[in-house]
Design a protein. Sequence first.
Length: 110
Amino acid sequence: MRCIASLFVLCSALLLSGCIAKTALDVVTAPVKIISKAADVATTSQSESDEKRGRELRKREEELGKLDRKRKKLADKCFSGDRSSCRDLDEVEAEILALSPGMPVEPNYN
């Protein structure tokens, strides 16, 4: 009986040693994995920043295009003598000026 118990303990130890080693490895590497995941989530890569900036610029350019078209229509009405269009024209021009400083200047290669 004692031989069977010893054999059982020996076999159990051999079979469980792989599981224990894997568990120990998981416990040791868990903090590193958690920290690296947190750092990845907390930081943005350069390409992500570039994509975000590009989206912002496209949105601003689109808004400036709409305001410019509106400004041209209001300017025509204002020059025709419509005073309310002149007031609206001033407001639109102020909006254009507010959006313009954020736009990069395109180089002139001519």
